[in-house]
Write a protein that binds this ligand. Structure first.
Ligand SMILES: [Zn+2]
Length: 430
């Protein structure tokens, strides 16, 4: 898949020919011409290609040498660039925090929109928010024009209930369904002893009732035992890494048999301890571009730094290497890994953390091409939105990112993203 950059002048000359367009414009047809277009891990790039977009959707992808674009098409010359599908965060959160604050006082439509624009500015064009969003997030989802979004697309899960019995679990499903969520989410662990773990009869009943109504259930867990129990009861997504023990063949078989994906949320672990000291990424220009300086100051106050020490911080710091190993074992066994960060709660920086997550995946040994797949097609398929998102197949929404460097050679090349396009419109963060 590695490719040589072709001479830009030659490509520009060819593009010049395409700029001669006739009358009878097809309203709304646009072509991005000259880039290498990522078709997925199997096919790699279609080199020196044309991405044709109509009414916000991909109309066609073909080699420039194959044929010319229809008369009247608006041409965007992107010679020598790379185009990948918009990135998808399969596990984020929107609207539940603003800076380090949480709670009903900060819930607003504007906060949800600001956060979706932040994701989009980092090339994350779709976010599946897995729970605890305010009602305003449902409103933003419902009023967004899918053919002209000026922010990341949003899917939501709503309240994360904590039923103690099977009856409570069934009632919770009915209550949640009234909001029309895209996913349901439950948290079964005891939060390191702070709460009661959810009994198996409760999460089993929750999943069963959800499935009666065709709802998918994502599950928050920590331990290998919980992951197995949840899979046996039919969960549709393991929403975090297994963090107490190495994954074993029994878990692998359960995940493969049931075709269930996992979102490793590696940066979630990082966020539990990294602010005990000043993190290196505070100096990263790619981070500073959008980070709120007030929040960075707060995170360097000694009493705030103190919050990122102690038992929970130690637990998750020690769990991280295990989480990384477990991700690689599952990946190599063929389990689908969907890029997901759990960004959105305080100090889990939306947009930037997705890039941090992908860099961590690469450092752990996943190939850049696999990570790209994990953050596009796999994430879309795992979250049930692959019929419209996650690849640049004709018919899908034309959400994509234009880059000068090849991210399938090094995933950190995503950090030099130039242009984000949502449904065929260039997104610029207001
Ligand atoms: Zn989460």
């Amino acid at each position: 898949m590695a490719r040589q950059r072709l001479a830009g002048t030659f490509r520009a000359a060819i593009a010049g020919l395409l700029l001669v367009v006739g009358p009878g414009a097809l309203a709304g047809t646009q072509a991005w011409v000259g880039a290498d277009i990522w078709l997925g891990k199997e096919q790699g790039y279609l080199e020196d290609a044309v991405l044709l977009v109509q009414d916000g959707r991909v109309a066609d992808v073909f080699a420039r040498s194959e044929r010319s674009v229809p008369d009247g098409t608006t041409i965007h010359v992107v010679d020598g660039e790379f185009i990948i599908p918009g990135l998808i965060n399969a596990h984020g959160h929107v609207g539940m925090a603003r800076g380090l604050e949480t709670g009903a006082e900060i819930h607003s439509r504007d906060n949800v929109i600001d956060q979706l624009r932040l994701y989009a500015a980092y090339g994350i064009t779709t976010v599946v928010s897995l729970g605890d969003e305010p009602a305003e997030a449902f409103d933003v989802r419902d009023t967004m024009d899918p053919a002209a979004p000026d922010m990341a697309r949003l899917f939501v899960a709503g309240e994360v209930p904590n039923p103690a019995t099977a009856d409570e679990a069934r009632e919770a499903v009915d209550r949640l369904r009234a909001m029309d969520p895209d996913w349901l989410k439950i948290r079964v662990d005891d939060q390191l002893g702070q709460t009661e773990a959810m009994p198996r009869e409760a999460y089993g009943a929750f999943i069963e009732e959800a499935h009666v109504h065709d709802e998918d259930v994502a599950t928050h867990m920590v331990t290998l035992d919980h992951a197995k129990g949840l899979l046996e009861e039919g969960t549709d997504l393991i929403a975090h890494s297994v963090r107490d023990a190495p994954v074993d063949q029994e878990l692998i078989d359960l995940m493969l048999d049931r075709d269930v994906c996992i979102t490793p949320t590696l940066t979630r672990e990082v966020s539990t301890y990294v602010y005990a000291d000043r993190p290196d990424f505070f100096d990263d220009p790619f981070f500073k571009r959008h980070a709120d300086p007030t929040v960075l100051e707060q995170l360097q106050e000694p009493e705030v730094q103190q919050r990122y020490t102690g038992e929970a911080a130690d637990y998750y710091r020690e769990a991280l290497p295990l989480a990384l190993d477990n991700m690689m074992i599952l990946h190599e066994a063929g389990v689908r890994i969907a890029m997901g960060t759990d960004s959105g709660p305080p100090a889990r920086f939306q947009g930037y953390f997705e890039h941090l997550e992908m860099a961590m995946m690469q450092n752990a040994g996943m190939s850049p091409a696999d990570i790209l797949e994990s953050a596009t097609r796999v994430a879309a398929d795992c979250m049930g939105i692959g019929d419209e998102l996650g690849s640049l197949e004709p018919g899908n929404w034309a959400d994509f990112v234009i880059l000068p460097e090849d991210p399938s050679a090094d995933i950190r090349h995503l950090r030099v993203l130039q242009t984000v396009v949502l449904a065929g419109r260039v997104f610029s963060n207001p």
